[in-house]
Ligand binder design. Structure first.
Ligand SMILES: [Zn+2]
Length: 262
C-alpha cells in the first residue's frame, strides 16, 4: 500500500468527500458466521525482504501469509528498497502462501476506474499466471489505501475480498469491499500495540488483518523488523487465534455463501 497519507490540503473538497465516501459507504456487507479468532498477515507491493524473511517467520509459526503483488514492481529496484523477483513470487506460491492482486501499475484505483482498471487487472492476472501458472488471485489490496465508490464496486465484482488500510478489527457485519487492516510497521507499532490488537480480536472473536511491506533488520519505509512480525505470529498462536491467509479467513467468515455486491 505504501504512501497511505496521500491527503493534502490542496485536494479539492469534492475529491476528499468522494474518497471518504468510498471508505465509509459499505457496498458489500456480510454478517460473519461464528468462527475462531483469526489473524492474517499481509504484505503489499512487495519488497524482496518480505519473501526472504516474512514468509519463513510465518511458516515457523505454522501459518502462511498473503502477498499482494503489483506486476509492474516485480524485479525492480527503488532507491530505498528492492522488490520481489518473479522467482520469489513463484516460490511463495509453491510454499502455500497466497498471491493477491495489488493492480499491475500500482496506481490509485480511483484514477483508473472503468475500462483502464479492467485492463490493468487483466494485465496483472496474465502476469501472475505467467509467473505461477494457475495462481488466479481472489484477494485484492488497494494501492495507497485509496479508492472511489466506482472503483470499489468494480473491484468487488472481480475479487472475493478487497483490503484497505483503515485500522480496525473485522467483526459482526463487515464490508468485503474494504476490509479493515492494521499496519505492522516500526514507524507506528510495537509489541504492546500488537498484543493489544490481538487481545481485542480474541475477545471479539473477530478477524484481524495486519499489513506490512518489507521485513528487515533495516526496515524499508512502511516495514518492520523480523522480531515484531515473529512476536505478532507467536502472540496470535499463544492467545488462541488461527493464522490464516485472506482466502482461508474469508472461508471461515462467510463459509460457502455467495456474497454479491449490493
Ligand atoms: Zn502498494
Amino acid at each position: 500500500m505504501i504512501g497511505a497519507a496521500v491527503s493534502t490540503g490542496r485536494e479539492p473538497l469534492r475529491l476528499r468527500f468522494a474518497r471518504l465516501a468510498a471508505r465509509t459507504v459499505r457496498t458489500r456487507t456480510v454478517q460473519e458466521r461464528p468462527h475462531a479468532p483469526l489473524v492474517s498477515f499481509t504484505f503489499d507491493d512487495i519488497p524482496a525482504t518480505a519473501a526472504e524473511h516474512g514468509a519463513s517467520i510465518l511458516e515457523t509459526a505454522g501459518g502462511r501469509g498473503t502477498f499482494y503483488i503489483a506486476g509492474s514492481l516485480v524485479g525492480t529496484v527503488e532507491p530505498e528498497r528492492r522488490l520481489v523477483t518473479a522467482e520469489q513470487c513463484r516460490n511463495l506460491h509453491r510454499s502455500g502462501h497466497e498471491i493477491g492482486c495489488h493492480t499491475f501499475a500500482h496506481r490509485a484505483v480511483s484514477d483508473m476506474a472503468g475500462p483502464a482498471l479492467t485492463d490493468d487487472l487483466a494485465r496483472n492476472a496474465a502476469f501472475l499466471d505467467g509467473v505461477a501458472p494457475g495462481v488466479a488471485p481472489t484477494s485484492f489490496a488497494y494501492p495507497f489505501n485509496t479508492t472511489s465508490l466506482r472503483a470499489k464496486r468494480q473491484l468487488e465484482r472481480h475479487f472475493a475480498s478487497c483490503r484497505g488500510g483503515v485500522s480496525g478489527i473485522n467483526s459482526g457485519r463487515i464490508d468485503l469491499g474494504f476490509l479493515r487492516a492494521v499496519e505492522l510497521a516500526d514507524r507506528c507499532s510495537n509489541a504492546e500495540i500488537v498484543r493489544g490488537w490481538i487481545a481485542r480480536t480474541v475477545a471479539a472473536r473477530g478477524w484481524l488483518i495486519f499489513f506490512s511491506h518489507g521485513i528487515s533488520e533495516n526496515p524499508e519505509p512502511y516495514s518492520c523488523q523480523p522480531d515484531l512480525l515473529r512476536l505478532a505470529a507467536d502472540e496470535a498462536r499463544a492467545q488462541g487465534a488461527a493464522i490464516v491467509t485472506m482466502r482461508e479467513g474469508l472461508a471461515q467468515v462467510i463459509g460457502d455463501r455467495a456474497v454479491r455486491p449490493e
